[in-house]
Design a protein around this ligand. Structure first.
Ligand code: FSX
Ligand code: SF4
Ligand code: F3S
Length: 401
């Protein structure tokens, strides 16, 4: 781990040069950042990774204070456990990680001093990253750090932060600790912190490049990315897993795994009938994956997506429950690839225009029929299909009614 106690005004470029980081690793990292944030960040809006590297190098290292509450530390793990050790090391050169309970060598009073020093020296300038949910029940008694309830610690450190980022589903909305019966009254950051810009980066764990893209954009331009209604950066959560899933062709062709380990599962067919929540889940896992390992993401290894980035899905909807499809199904027929060409006389064009108008009108009526707006007719086929699985048979079994 680099020297985290050093507070400096040098740029990322100067810092990595001083630490002998290879240009190859740096440009490789920037290429991955471009994949993670192809749109929506001015930082990555360049054609070449070398141009993104030039932009990132100009930014100053942002002081970051990272608090841990009720979590499994998977968010930190996914940030640092790249399959390429140099990349994990490089990430710690990009930010000035002043306080991080599971990474810092200091403990006890020395750790507390590091936190106070960073808060004082960087008041109003540091970014607070929160990992884990905050227990609120019974005055927050279920978690204390340095003798203080987590909820008080969060309020105190957030008060002087420039912005607060909730990393992982636990910090974004409670995550696993908030699952029924929720013994500690677990909540996310924005249930506690008021009056500060808050960015949620859910996922259990989330993609680390979403965090790095957000932090580096803030360091370079002083701006946060555009957010959706759940305070998630749109650049990373604007599409569903289903939109870009490598198994989507099987879904469209009606080829499904019906049981874990059956022929369809072994063939890599769609996992919808095993409870995949990909159609309802906004995240970039299908294109960005994890830990620099090809196919290292749930569906890539044959496990259905549980919707871990969605507040209303993960740890709320049973893992193997089959969900309704809200989007219209693909067309039964496709336009021909080559259509015969010819020219039209004026009267014929008028007739065709009339027909086209009528067809558009019919199309509009049809689209109203296919609409999922409340009060409209239901999308044909949008009802959850009958569960084909037998009850009581292993992990893929149908839940008892
Ligand atoms: Fe939660 Fe982070 Fe899930 Fe774990 O620590 S988002 S339990 S992967 O990793 O907070
Ligand atoms: Fe992929 Fe799941 Fe959609 Fe099937 S249902 S295509 S496995 S996201
Ligand atoms: Fe989570 Fe689904 Fe991605 S479970 S990690 S959003 S594939």
């Amino acid at each position: 781990m680099p020297d985290v106690t050093q507070r400096d005004e040098e740029t990322i470029g100067q810092h990595i040069a001083r630490h002998g980081v290879s240009r190859r690793d740096f440009v490789l990292f920037c290429a991955k950042l471009m994949v993670a944030a192809p749109f929506g960040l001015s930082l990555t809006g360049h054609a070449r990774a070398a141009d993104v590297a030039r932009e990132v190098a100009k930014a100053r290292r942002l002081p970051v204070i990272w608090l841990h509450f009720q979590d499994c530390t998977g968010c930190t793990e996914t940030l640092l456990r790249t399959s390429e050790p140099d990349l994990g090391e490089l990430i710690l050169h990009l930010i000035s990680l002043d306080y991080h309970e599971t990474l810092m060598a200091a403990a006890g009073k020395a750790a507390e001093t590091a936190l106070r020093t960073s808060m004082k020296e960087n008041a109003g300038k540091y970014v607070l990253v929160v990992e884990g949910s905050i227990p609120r029940k019974d005055k927050g008694v279920y978690m204390k750090i340095a003798g203080k309830p987590a909820v008080s610690m969060l309020e105190e450190v957030a008060a002087q932060a420039a912005a607060v980022i909730g990393i992982g589903s636990c910090a974004a909305w409670g995550g696993i600790p908030s699952a029924d019966p929720d013994p500690t009254g677990a909540v996310g950051v924005d249930a506690i912190v008021k009056g500060k810009p808050i960015v949620n980066i859910p996922g259990c764990p989330p993609n680390p490049y979403t965090l790095l893209g957000t932090v580096l954009q803030y360091a370079r331009a002083g701006t946060l990315p555009e957010l959706d209604a759940e305070k998630r950066p749109k650049f990373a959560y604007d599409r569903t897993i289903h939109d870009h899933c490598p198994r989507r062709a099987h879904f469209d062709a009606g080829k499904f795994a019906r049981q874990f380990g059956d022929e369809g599962h072994r063939q890599g067919w769609c996992l919808y009938h095993l409870g995949c929540k990909g159609p309802d889940t906004h995240a970039g896992c299908s294109t960005r994956q994890f830990n620099e390992v090809v196919d290292a993401w749930p569906i890539g290894i044959g496990a259905p997506c549980i919707g871990c980035t969605e507040k209303k899905v993960a740890f709320r909807v049973p893992m193997f429950q089959v969900i309704p499809i809200h989007d219209a199904t693909p067309p039964a027929t496709y336009a021909p690839i080559e259509s015969p060409q010819g020219s039209l006389s004026v009267p014929a064009a008028l007739v065709v225009g009339g027909v086209a108008g009528a067809l558009l009108g019919a199309g509009y009526v049809a689209s109203r029929k296919f609409s999922t707006v409340q009060g409209d007719e239901k999308v044909p086929g949008s009802e959850a299909p009958a569960d084909p699985r037998p009850p009581d048979e292993g992990p893929g079994a149908r839940p008892k009614e």
